[in-house]
Design a protein around this ligand. Structure first.
Ligand code: CP
Ligand code: NVA
Length: 300
């Protein structure tokens, strides 16, 4: 694996499968891994809020014998109080890894270029690789061959959609994406992934996109940082709500997936989010296990 994990694009298909195997091993046998990262320290930089990412990284490194240091948005003030390059150089003298949740992908790249320790993307405006690795691991550990699995992502063409695109490219999963006009994923990413063998179909009609699929995935209509667009988006996105009517167009066995946090009654109804075939809590749990595998690979 490369020094950093900034996007799933930087992983090979084999590396993704190795991470899945390692995550499974650590999940099933944590006591054999309690010293894997003994004495190691992870700096955790957050420029946006979080529940899952903070708790799973902090718990994960602790369970492997190390410790995480939470740095809130007001602590570092990246690029304001201090340049990103200088933060990277300073942290590299003290800690063994840097996890960062930020806005632009360029900030992550600058951090990675200037840090001598691994940098892990814990969500940017463009990508959320740890989430999608957890999601695909969740499908895989339920016994599915990702090459024979079709997932429909319905909603905003955002960081989750972009990471699903590279996840599909690296695992062979078939991906359908249904968005309103003007909210499509970045076409450069779609085309680049297609050139690398990804099977991606774009739709505007969510009903067509979900027909017969193995899983439906959605996310909030306004991501962190897009709060000013919320009202406008609330008018555009209702036809893309995942409700029982839409869910019933997928396979009878289809899963419902969401990275969470969910806005109940907006992108998903209570009935679907709380449905027996909703696997959102398995996805959330697996953040813990896949990130332990990622940290072990990069920092071990
Ligand atoms: N899915 C996810 O990253 O959740 P948080 O924003 O709560 O970390
Ligand atoms: N697209 C969402 C994902 C949250 C985990 C956001 O960026 O806010």
């Amino acid at each position: 694996m490369e020094k950093d994990l900034l996007t799933i694009k930087d992983l090979t298909g084999e590396e993704v499968m190795e991470l899945f195997q390692l995550a499974k091993e650590i999940k099933n046998n944590i006591d054999a891994h309690r010293k894997d990262l003994a004495g190691k320290v992870l700096a955790m930089i957050f420029e946006k809020p979080s529940l899952r990412t903070r708790v799973t990284f902090e718990t994960g490194i602790y369970q492997l014998g190390g410790i995480g240091i939470y740095l809130a948005p007001q602590d570092i003030q990246l690029g304001k109080r201090e340049a990103v390059e200088d933060v990277a150089r300073n942290l590299s003298r003290w800690v063994d890894g840097i996890m960062i949740r930020t806005f632009g992908q360029d900030i992550l790249e600058k951090m990675a270029e200037n840090a001598t320790v691994p940098v892990i993307n814990a969500l940017s405006d463009l990508y959320h690789p740890c989430q999608i690795l957890a999601d695909l691991f969740t499908i895989w550990e339920k016994g599915h061959d990702l090459k024979n699995f079709t997932l429909a992502y319905v909603g905003d063409g955002n960081n989750i959609a972009h990471s699903l695109i590279w996840g599909a490219a690296r695992t062979g999963m078939k991906l359908r994406i249904a968005t309103p006009k003007g909210y499509e994923p970045n076409m450069e990413i779609v085309e680049a992934a297609r050139r690398e063998g990804a099977h991606i179909e774009l739709y505007t009609d969510p009903r067509e996109a979900v027909k017969g699929v193995d899983a439906i995935y959605t996310d909030v209509w306004a991501s962190m940082g897009q709060e000013a667009e919320r009202e406008k988006r609330l008018k555009v996105f209702p036809p893309y709500q995942v409700n029982m009517e839409l869910f019933s167009l997928a396979k009878e066995t289809a899963y419902f997936m969401h990275c969470l946090p969910a806005h109940r009654g907006e992108e998903v109804t209570d009935e679907v989010l709380d449905h027996p075939r909703s696997i959102v809590l398995d996805q959330a749990e697996n953040r813990l296990h896949i990130q332990k595998a990622i940290m072990r690979r990069l920092m071990g």
